[in-house]
Design a protein around this ligand. Sequence first.
Ligand code: KMH
Ligand code: ZN
Length: 285
Amino acid sequence: MDKLIITAAICGAEVTKEQNPNVPYTIEEIGREAESAYKAGASIIHLHVRYDDGTPTQNKERFRECIDEIKKRCPDVIIQPSTGGAVGMTDKERLQPVELLPEMATLDCGTLNFGEDEIFVNTENTIKNFGKIMMEKGVKPEIEVFDKGMIDYAIKYAKQGILLEPMHFDFVLGVQMAATARDLTFMVDSIPSGSTWTVAGIGRHQIPMVTMGIAMGGHVRVGFEDNLYLSKGVLAESNGKLVEKVVRIAKELGREISTPDEAREILGLKGNSLKNIRQEPSPSI
Ligand code: KMH
Ligand code: ZN
């Protein structure tokens, strides 16, 4: 079994300081939370950014400042910006962090209900366009899967040459599909052989899903974006505390934790450097 890659989704676009005062908004807070997760054993930071008042943004300059702050504190960590952003953002807004040439970025492979009246829209043209741009720029997509059809889209686009194999998937359970062992197994059985995968569970499903992922040989994601609690009724003091909990479970299950460089090896990252920042947006964005 490969060593375990832990991703920390430190911020998200939806959770607030009213829900947990440790949710980061400022550049300094985002750096602090990334560092806590990295020091605890995370090798990937899944990154959304906010303005100081908590408003989510995909602004390229804000991403650049947050990435610089994270790199100062965690020089070798893999930074994976979101291209999902927040519900209602345009494709153009959402794609901005890809212009910074990160090693990875998310690629949401379908439209889904996102609570109450919210719909997180990812049309086929959106997915294909994001996929093509990431491929052109050498940014490895983490394919976000909220139900099984999203795997089928990814497979279709790989056959069309829009996505490169081996693909890396992140199964998010507890938003649209149920967070059950059956659903996780079905996802794992549905991806092409040679793919890698991570599992994320929302809210109280985070730790059960992560524990299954560790035992099944996958990789895992924790963090405030998905869950604000360390245990029932106890708010997590930091993302690092959530990562520490995963590390304890992995140790009990005999799974070693990967370093960022080992994660690069496992995921086949080509090593885009965030120092190599292009100033001009791609004409196709
Ligand atoms: N905030 C959600 C609307 C991603 O990062 O790609 C989208 C999301 C997925 O969080
Ligand atoms: Zn996200």
